[in-house]
Design a protein around this ligand. Sequence first.
Ligand SMILES: C[S@@+](CC[C@H](N)C(=O)[O-])C[C@H]1O[C@@H](n2cnc3c(N)ncnc32)[C@H](O)[C@@H]1O
Length: 386
Amino acid sequence: MSVGGEKKFQYQKYNQYFGQAMTGTEELCASELEELGAREIRTTYRGVFFKAGHRTLYTIIYMSRLLMRVHAPLINFACHSTKYLTKTAKNIKWESLLSLEQDFAISASVAGSKIKHSLYASQCLKDGIADYFTEKYGKRPDVDVKNPDVRLNLHIDRDKAVISLDLCGDSLHKRGYRKATVLAPMQETLAAALVRTSGWQGDVPFWDCMCGSGTILCEALMHYCHIPPQYLRERFGFENMPDFDAGLWKEVRKENDSKIRSLPAGLIYGSDKSAKATRATLENLSILPNSKNVQLSTAQFQQSPNFENGVIVCNPPYGMRLSNEADVKVMIEELGNFLKRKCNGSSAYIYIGDPKIRKSIGLKPKRRIQIPNGPIKGELVQIDCY
Ligand SMILES: C[S@@+](CC[C@H](N)C(=O)[O-])C[C@H]1O[C@@H](n2cnc3c(N)ncnc32)[C@H](O)[C@@H]1O
């Protein structure tokens, strides 16, 4: 009896899924998942397990601003050799997930296991899939690593393997609004995590005083206007689930799109000292609905007017990426002075890429949250100004 035939896939038996999170955002993702209706939420390193019915699952994938991916486990098994991996893969009823006309790709990770190499492991899984189709149909679906119709994931941890269907397609951080960029743009899910951590709900003005290509502003706009983060996405991996319900998905999309609201003038501001950056921000914002009322200017924050009783979220240049460390230290010192003198009653959330630079701000942080960004030891520092 093959898995996915009479024997159900694992997600069908337990309604349990895995949401991939950025390091340091696991708890934030868990609270977002709870708001979106998930049950039995459990965080782990760089991820969250949760249970959900199909309506909630589609909602999570359409509406999560923080998750990178969502996986539906198909099968899990003890796996001590690549031979056994290929053999097990041949026992899955692949045509319920993947047709001969579709192409596919496999991402893999291994840790603390007899199988050491993730690339080789993914090839063994691919061989199992190819053998399955070839033996049954005399041909097999193609592999396309760049833009596949179906994405699969293999995760082997301490000799326990899980093969999952990726329910997203492209990573969820790809919102579709990034048309223009500048040096060192922030990842969209990270920007969304900063906006969420700030607790800003639109009752006071919001300002990114070093907006670069405008990622934080785009995420703040989407958050305030209730624009679904996947509003611009056309294809979703969950459409490949054997039990995908197209009618239900249409309903979920329509219901969430109907909640989009407009942005009042004077609520979201962005500025940058570089005209190229503000032009990029304008271009990116213009892809999103209701962005006309975001106010942009080309200015150094040092020369900006007072910004009182608002929320500032920004991401100053990282010494290692944009300018030299000494310049960044001076600029952060000036930011501290600006906050002290001109931002009475505001709260600032500053994502600092280099922890050595944090002290230059000269103000006592109310909170510090570690959120690494790839190799960068990023930290979000909250400063309440009074
Ligand atoms: C790390 S980038 C911001 C990236 C942005 N979050 C994004 O997603 O594209 C830092 C930005 O700070 C701007 N900047 C540096 N010093 C500034 C200053 N004194 N006033 C205003 N902007 C400044 C730079 O021009 C740069 O665009």
